[in-house]
Every structure is written in C-alpha cells, then in structure tokens.
Design a protein around this ligand. Structure first.
Ligand SMILES: *[C@@H]1O[C@H](CO)[C@@H](O)[C@H](O)[C@H]1NC(C)=O
Ligand SMILES: *[C@@H]1O[C@H](CO)[C@@H](O)[C@H](O)[C@H]1NC(C)=O
Ligand SMILES: *[C@@H]1O[C@H](CO)[C@@H](O)[C@H](O)[C@H]1NC(C)=O
Ligand SMILES: *[C@@H]1O[C@H](CO)[C@@H](O)[C@H](O)[C@H]1NC(C)=O
Ligand SMILES: *[C@@H]1O[C@H](CO)[C@@H](O)[C@H](O)[C@H]1NC(C)=O
Ligand SMILES: *[C@@H]1O[C@H](CO)[C@@H](O)[C@H](O)[C@H]1NC(C)=O
Ligand SMILES: *[C@@H]1O[C@H](CO)[C@@H](O)[C@H](O)[C@H]1NC(C)=O
Ligand SMILES: *[C@@H]1O[C@H](CO)[C@@H](O)[C@H](O)[C@H]1NC(C)=O
Ligand SMILES: *[C@@H]1O[C@H](CO)[C@@H](O)[C@H](O)[C@H]1NC(C)=O
Length: 885
C-alpha cells in the first residue's frame, strides 16, 4: 500500500499562520478524518502521520514508499548523536557520499563531524566531513560564510577570519533529514543545504529584510536581551581555505570578478593518521549581481586582489580566502551557492559540480538524495505496530548512520590509477569490523563487496591492508590487523564476485607473516615474538619494525582472532596446512591467561579507598619474556577506573578497555574460555557482574559482543535481557542518544539487536534473540526472496522477551544461532516468546554457537609448558643474545 498523498503532507499556506498549538488541534482533527478514511492504517501510523503534518519542516520531505504505507525516512533523525560524544555528522549526504554539507560549530572537542547540537556559534558551512569519529575533527575544508551586509556598507567592517566571524544560531533552528540540513543564524541568514556525490548545493536566504536593510543581532549583546542593528542589504559571501582542525599548510585561491566563480586548493593533515592530502573546490553563485570581489589573509582584506597562492608567499596557515559582495538578491531574498569538491584537481571539482548540478534545482537534488536513501533502506521492512515511535526512530536512524561511511571516493583517488572501486574513511576497521561491515554485508552486499575490493586494491598499491584510513592517508592501527576479519567474513558470507581471492589471501597472509617497518599504521607489530613464543612480551625487543610498544594484551587477543579468521578463510579456500597453522595461532590468547589473577579494586567512597576484591579469579594479563605475569589492574580503562588511561600510546597493555573486557574477547573459542572461567555458571555470573558493575562500556564497539555472549553458556535469554537493558536506555532517539563516538557502528549494534540477531564477525554465526518488533523482513540476495524474522506472540510491553521455542522455515529450531544462509536464499524464522527464560531452547550443547579448538590438537592435548619454556628461551637468545652472558 502506498502512503498518503503528498498533497496531504504539505501544510496549506493558510494554516501556517495559525499558532502552533491550535495548528496541532486542526491537524489532529484532519488526521483523525484521514485515518478514518483509511481503514488499514493502524494507530501507530496515524501518530506518525500527525507528527509530520504539524512540522512545516517536514513538508514535502517525505512520501510513500516504506513498508505498509509509511515513508521510512520520516523515522530517520540525523541529529541523533550530535552531543554527548556521538560526533555524528547530521548534514546532507548521499549514502557513502563524499560531499557532506553542514554548518560547522565552534564546539571544542566535540565538532569532529562539524556540527554539534549545543549553543556554540557557527563558523561556516563546509562540504566534506567524516561521521562519528573520535580524535581531531576531520575535513571541513573550504567553509563558506555569509554576511547579509557589512556595517556602514564597508566590506572591511565585515568579519572574515574563523576567529572573528562566528555567529550564534537561532535556538532550535537546526533541522536535518536525509539529504537535507537547515539552520537559521542570528545574523538573519538562513542556510539550507543538499548534496550530490561530490557537490554541495546551498540556498541562503535573508530574513528580517526591510527597506534595503537587514536587522542583525549584535554579537556582543546579551542573549537574554539581544540588541539588534541594521546593515545595508548587500550580502557578502566568503570562502576560507581553512579546514576544521586548522591543519592547512599550503593553498591557493582565485575569484573571477565577472562570473563570480571561486576556485582553490589546499594541503591538509588527516585527523587520525600521518601524511598529507590535497583537496580542491570550485564554487559558483546564483541569484544576485556581483558588486565587489577580493581576498583576505587573516584580518587583512583587500578589494580587487583576486588571487592568492602559497607558493608566492601569499597564504600563511590559518584563515585566508576570497570573498564576493553581491547586490541585493534579484528575487526571493535568496542566493544559491554550488560547491564542487575533488581530491584530484580544481578542474575535476568544477566538472563534478557542472555535471551533477547543471540545473541548480535545490528541489531536484534534494529529492534525488531522498530517493537514494530510500532505496538503500527499503531492503528492510519492519512491522512497527504497537511499538513506540522513538524505538522506530532509533532503529532507522541507526541504520541510516551505518551508511554514511566508508565514503565512496571512486574516481577521486590521486594516488593510483585503477579500475577497482576506491573507498576511504575506514575509520577505523577496529571499530567497524564488529557490526557495521556485517550489517552492510546483509543490507548492501554489493557495496560491501566494493569496499572489500577497495581494501584489496589498497594492499595492492601500498603493500599492506589498512586498519584505519582517512583522506588518502594511513591512519593509526588500534589493535590487530582486523581487515583480515572483514575479508574472511566476506568470503564466508558469499561476497565472491569481482573479488580477487588470490590477492585477498595474499593480503591477509602478509598481515600475519610480514611485519611492516611502521606497524603503527598497518599490519602487526612484534610478529617475531608472536610467531616464536605465541604472545607479545611487554619486554620484547622488536627489531623488525616500530610502533607504540603498548597494548600487548589487547593486540595479542586480537592477533589471535585475526589468525582465526585467516584459518577459516584458508580452510574455505582449500589450504588445509595454512588452516591448521593459523588455527593454532588462534589459540595464543591462552598465553595471556593468568589463572591466579584476582580482581582487586579500591572501594569508592571509602576514606582511604579500601582495597577489596570480587570473587572472580583468572584474567588476561601482560606477560614478560621469562614467562612471568606483570600486573595490570583488571579494571583499568573501564568507566570505573582510569577510563582514559588506555589509548594508542599511553603505555598500558590494553586499548580503550580493561583486562576485564579483553578477558571476554575469545569469539573463536568461548567454550575453552568458559572452562577457564570455571564453567557456565561462573561464566554467567562473571558476565552479569561485568554488565552490572559499571565495568562494561557500551560507548565503544568492543562492548557489543559481550551483550550476547550469554549464549555460549546456555543462557540466550540473558542476552535478550541485556540487549533490552541497553536499548533504549543508552541507544535512543534523543540528540544525545548514542553512548560514545558513533563510528558509523553504534547504529549497527542497535539495528542488529532490534532485528533479533547479532553477528560474530568473521564467522558464519548470528546469535539470536527475539526482535524488538512483531516482524522484520530483509531482502535476501536471491531475487524476490526475503529473510523474515517474526515473533508469534509479540509483546509490545517488553515482558515476553525470552524465546520459548522457534521454527526455521516451519521446522523446529532449537539452536540459539543461525547462519547467513537465510540472507542468501530467504527463509522464515519464527519465535514464540514468554516471560521466563526457557529451560529447553538454546541450552543443550548441540544448540550452542560453535567454538573452535585448534585444528589437529585435541582437547587436553595442548602443547605443554615445557615446550613453551623452550620456545621462550630460544627467542630470548635471539633477541637478547645469550642470556647467560
Ligand atoms: C528559520 O527561518 C525560516 C525562514 O524564515 C522560518 O520559516 C523558520 O521558522 C525559522 N526557524 C526558526 C526555528 O526560527
Ligand atoms: C551567543 O551564544 C552564547 C552561548 O550561548 C551566549 O553566551 C551569547 O550571549 C549569545 N549571544 C547573543 C547575542 O545571543
Ligand atoms: C576583473 O579582473 C580582471 C582580470 O584579473 C581585471 O583586469 C579587471 O580590472 C577586474 N575588474 C574589476 C572591476 O575589478
Ligand atoms: C593516471 O593516469 C593519467 C592518464 O594516463 C596520468 O596522467 C596520471 O599521472 C596517472 N596517475 C597516477 C597516480 O599514476
Ligand atoms: C561510487 O562512486 C562511483 C563513481 O561516482 C559510482 O559509479 C558508484 O556507483 C558509487 N558506488 C556506490 C556504492 O555508491
Ligand atoms: C588476481 O591477482 C593475481 C595477482 O595477485 C593475478 O595474477 C590474477 O590474474 C588475478 N586474477 C584475476 C581473475 O584477475
Ligand atoms: C624480521 O626481519 C628478518 C630480517 O630481515 C626477516 O628475516 C624476518 O622475516 C622478519 N620477520 C617478520 C615477521 O617480518
Ligand atoms: C564473594 O563470595 C562471598 C561468599 O560466597 C560472598 O559473601 C561475597 O559477597 C562475594 N563478593 C562479591 C564481591 O561478590
Ligand atoms: C539516551 O541515550 C543517552 C546516551 O546513551 C543516555 O545518556 C540517555 O539517558 C538516554 N535517554 C533516555 C531517554 O533513555
């Protein structure tokens, strides 16, 4: 069924003058009439309809197309995660789009993606961003800034530099929808923006225009009693060569005084990596006659000097650029700006702009963007009957965010010529391998295939796979070489076409075998030790390469899992010897297990911080080459103990997480881990303690899998319980509704959990819980087929959250996990749920998700202590010379 007709959605002009509260009543009545005319609409949809009828911003932005007559885009709120460290990019973008336009705000430590939902002023509007990242702000090159006019009609009296020009936004005026962003500023400028692949289109309108003057709120006035002044109506638009983190060190700009075209370039630093990148733009304007043009360098403004070039010494770092002052707009108080961007050349930037937006039609561009988003999201259908609208918004917005990045820079790669696709902003794979890439594998397998091809092409040309990569530069590797997992996952889930598996295999083997000289930005470090002794000693001497010699525990457990992924790939590619070799290395996590390590901590709020301990013994701990363990507090770098102590190079032996957390990271062999932890019951107690004690942190991707690991101890119901504890309390539809940096991955966690399954990335395994909806349908790879997941006796009140029994394609299904098959061929998984945990479903050994012991080694047949000692001795001799000397 199609949705309500667009004419219903655009509020008739005459209603716009009615005060909002009365408008709600008017529309509520109208709505009830409409609903009563449409018998198949249930109440949930009715409420939704009401929601966008009363918001003029929504007018025309949504139309039919989603399942059951609702436009799913109305459930996408791009502003979610724009405070509280989410660092989400809320502006206009296409799926994976390179052009990403938004207002950049002066929000220290928060504006990694440009815009923040706070009250800080706006610095300009820029055309490229990264979404959800930590660290320094990314991109944000070539911001535009708009003055409605200059005091005393003197262009020198306008503010030019980023420090001076910042202007407040009108409270609550920011609004975002897929492919669209708008905000009003207190200088009477309203900015709207939309994009194509490589071009941003802006519509600036001028409010409060009267008799050739515009009234502007004075910057120095008090927000509670704002003073206004008048400026002559003669808009001045500047374009600055600066980027968000002020990293530019070269650049040039040219403004053409007759056409108004502005072109330019700059060289910048990547936000979480090393090296430099160059970017180019080409801006054109429509809607007003040019009065004056000029340039500025810092606060020095000149008319008639239309060219700056750093090679001629014109452009130091910081703010510098060009400006155009216009007559008042020809009609409608509007000026449009079209900004093409490129990483290749100015010519390519102009070509992108001219090809993509020849018609200057804001409505057409915006509508195309909406269509592109709808097409991507329509592969999923959700029956939201009875479910809170906020939950639907959490779900769809999370899905939307996972499609913002990696960004498609195909055709924009200046580094090499290739017929392969090029994707960038893998930011970082350490974050994204766990949920984002597995989600894309299901909902957008073709693009995930392109991304894998891009990774392999990067290997082909640069010699290593990336972990982190942005703006054509190598980023910093946070842990293991986790691209190995992404690549293995692709093969296992049948993303085969056009991927050269010979090269793919070569790439992952190179991660496992060859240490790059700088392993801080690709591959792995301490590989000789890894190969010889099976762990990374804290006192290792690495003669093969350099990188931050920290994180020996977390890198080690990740290397083990990377090797496991390689063993699965080797096995699938028919290489049994390699499969056995890497499956043995996959067991190296055991070498970090200190069985007698107690969980000591200082009791908060006691006078001297009394020392106490929980009853859990046995943790992953750092080790020295002589085999002894070194102590790292089991809770350090969790939210309750020194949370920020574990970054890239902060010396501790785990990365962004505690030994508590890393002690659960054995996705390849949970059954052995559970034995070490004292059996299923102790394991469940421990995992429960992890979730209740404040040690767990859902604001980072490592927090995802432990929510579902109860499955491995025959308690899948507890996974359902904990998923529901976190959604919506930590993942919700508020602007602060993401517990940490989004990384385009947080939404994948909530989306998976709500659909009722969670991937164990790198394996053909999805852990099952009852979905948060009555039914979810996902388009399968085979044409015309759907994967359907359904709850027979669904309970919108979330009391019946435990699976009692299940059927898969009509047959009884007792396993607590499923394979990817359903997403290839389609199928129906149906749950019956109840208020108590089932004692039969998913509890028997044969129903548990798989655990893998090393190939060729039976249980209890491990290489013995003596053997390890011997290997350590030999290796020590190798790196330290003869120990007896
Ligand atoms: C922003 O400006 C537009 C255009 O004048 C206006 O319709 C809208 O109400 C403004 N929004 C806010 C929140 O002031
Ligand atoms: C601009 O915003 C800041 C931060 O909210 C506020 O302190 C200041 O008073 C505002 N200025 C005006 C003129 O509204
Ligand atoms: C416009 O630019 C051209 C070429 O740089 C220059 O010759 C001309 O004087 C300029 N015109 C004005 C009005 O500044
Ligand atoms: C790519 O090919 C073009 C055309 O042959 C050439 O001009 C350019 O230098 C090549 N780029 C690289 C990075 O090799
Ligand atoms: C990536 O960009 C290229 C070049 O613009 C385009 O042909 C391709 O369809 C894009 N792929 C996706 C998944 O958007
Ligand atoms: C895959 O790459 C290898 C080089 O690693 C090359 O020899 C082979 O021809 C490629 N295969 C295909 C199908 O392109
Ligand atoms: C370390 O360097 C040695 C000497 O160049 C080389 O033989 C060995 O293969 C390297 N090891 C790794 C893991 O790269
Ligand atoms: C440890 O176990 C003892 C005895 O079972 C119990 O009394 C105590 O509360 C436990 N301590 C913690 C921190 O759970
Ligand atoms: C939404 O999520 C945020 C961040 O995780 C959390 O702080 C907030 O309390 C949640 N809000 C609601 C209403 O649950």
């Amino acid at each position: 069924m199609r949705g309500p007709k667009p004419t219903v959605m655009a509020p008739p002009i005459r209603f716009r003058g009615i005060p909002r509260r009365s408008r709600v009543l008017v529309y509520a009545l109208l709505c009830i009439c409409i609903i009563s005319l449409l018998p198949r609409f249930d109440f949930g949809i009715g409420r939704t309809l009401l929601f966008f009828l009363v918001s003029p911003q929504f007018a025309g932005r949504y139309e039919g197309g989603g399942g059951r007559g609702v436009d799913i885009l109305q459930y996408v709120d791009p502003l979610i995660g724009t405070t509280n460290g989410g660092h989400v990019f809320p502006g206009a973008s296409l799926p994976y789009g390179m052009a990403k336009a938004v207002a950049d705000t002066q929000s220290p430590a928060e504006n990694a993606a440009g815009f923040v939902s706070d009250s800080n002023p706006v610095l300009g509007f820029s055309h490229m961003h990264d979404s959800g990242t930590g660290g320094q702000p990314s991109l944000g090159n070539f911001p535009l800034f708009v003055h409605p006019g200059c005091p005393d009609d003197d262009f020198k009296k306008c503010a030019y530099t980023v420090m001076e020009r910042a202007v407040n936004r009108t409270t609550d005026s920011a609004f975002a929808a897929p492919g669209y962003f708008t905000i009003n500023l207190t200088n009477s400028v309203r900015a709207e923006m939309t994009v194509t692949e490589h071009t941003a289109l802006y519509r600036f309108s001028f409010l409060n225009v009267n008799d050739g003057e515009v009234s502007v709120i004075d910057k120095e006035s008090d927000a509670d009693a704002p003073k206004t002044s008048q400026v002559p109506y003669s808009p001045l638009i500047l374009i600055d060569l600066i980027d968000l983190m002020n990293s530019r060190y070269m650049g040039g700009i040219q403004v053409y005084n007759s056409s108004g075209r502005v072109i330019g370039e700059g060289s910048y630093s990547p936000s979480f990596g090393s090296g430099q990148y160059q970017a180019f733009f080409c801006a054109d304007f429509r809607g007003a006659k040019i009065r004056k043009t000029g340039t500025f360098v810092g606060p020095d403004v000149t008319e008639g000097v239309d060219f700056l070039d750093s090679e001629k010494g014109h452009v130091p770092t910081g703010s510098a650029g060009a400006w155009i002052q216009f007559e008042k707009p020809l009609q409608g108080d509007e000026i449009m700006a079209r900004v093409g961007v490129s990483f290749m050349s100015v010519d390519k930037a102009c070509e992108n702009a001219e090809e993509e937006i020849a018609d200057w039609s804001f409505e057409r561009v915006e509508s195309d963007a909406r269509k592109a988003w709808r097409t991507k999201l329509e592969v999923i259908e959700v029956d939201g009957t009875g479910v809170d609208d906020d939950l639907l918004t959490t779900f769809w917005s999370g899905l939307y965010r996972t499609l913002l990045s990696p960004q498609n820079y195909t055709g924009e790669n200046p580094l090499w010529n290739s017929t392969e696709p090029y994707f960038d902003s893998f930011y970082c794979i350490w974050d994204s391998f766990r949920a984002q890439h597995p989600l894309l594998t299901i909902i957008d397998p073709d693009t995930q295939t392109d991304m894998v091809r891009a990774l392999i092409d990067i290997y082909r040309h640069e010699g290593t796979l990336p972990d982190c990569r942005m703006s054509f530069c190598k980023g910093f590797t946070q842990g293991g070489s986790n691209a190995d997992i992404v690549i293995a996952d692709a093969y296992i889930k049948s993303l085969r076409s056009n991927i050269n598996w010979t090269t793919a295999y070569e790439a992952v083997i190179s991660d496992a075998e060859v240490e790059p000289p700088n392993w801080g930005s690709s591959g792995r470090g301490n590989l000789e030790a890894w190969h010889h002794v099976g762990f990374i000693p804290v006192d290792d001497i690495d003669r093969n390469g350099s990188g931050p010699a920290s994180r020996t525990v977390s890198r080690g457990v990740e290397y083990a899992y990377d090797d496991f992924a390689i063993s699965l790939l080797a096995s699938a590619l028919g290489k049994p010897l390699d499969a056995a070799k890497y499956s043995r290395r996959a067991a190296n996590w055991r070498n970090y297990w200190n069985p007698s390590q107690r969980d000591l901590f200082r009791v908060p709020d006691t006078p001297d911080g009394d020392l106490s301990s929980s009853n859990f013994t046995g943790f992953m701990q750092p080790r020295q080459l002589d085999g002894s363990f070194k102590y790292q507090n089991t809770r350090s770098c969790s939210p309750i103990h020194n949370q920020h102590g574990c970054y890239y190079d902060t010396g501790l032996q785990t990365y962004e997480g505690s030994p508590w957390l890393y002690s659960f990271f054995v996705p390849q062999d949970m059954s052995s881990l559970i034995s070490l932890m004292g059996g299923p019951q102790n394991f469940v107690e421990r995992l429960t303690y992890f979730h209740t004690s404040g040690i767990s942190y859902m604001g980072n991707e490592q927090g995802f899998l432990p929510v579902f690991q109860f499955h491995y101890a025959s308690r899948p119901g507890l996974s359902s319980f904990w998923a529901r504890e976190h959604i919506p309390s930590l993942f919700n539809a508020s602007v602060n509704g993401i517990p940490g940096n989004d990384d385009c991955a947080m939404g994948a966690f909530s989306a998976f959990a709500m659909m009722g399954f969670f991937p164990v990335a790198g394996q053909d395994v999805y852990l099952l819980i009852p979905p948060f909806f009555r039914q979810v349908r996902i388009k399968a790879k085979e044409k015309g087929k759907w994967a359907t997941i359904r709850v027979r006796n669904f309970d919108p009140d979330r009391k019946r959250i435990y699976v009692q029994s299940a059927t898969l394609n009509g047959k009884k299904y007792t396993k607590s996990w499923m394979t990817h098959d359903i997403f290839l061929k389609g199928g129906t998984l149906e749950f019956v749920v109840g208020e108590e945990e089932s004692k039969t479903w998913g509890v028997r050994d044969e129903d548990l998700p798989p655990s893998y012991q090393p190939i060729g080694l039976q249980d209890g047949d491990e290489e013995d202590e003596e053997d390890e000692e011997e290997r350590r001795r030999k290796y020590a001799q190798l790196v330290y010379g003869n120990l007896d000397d």
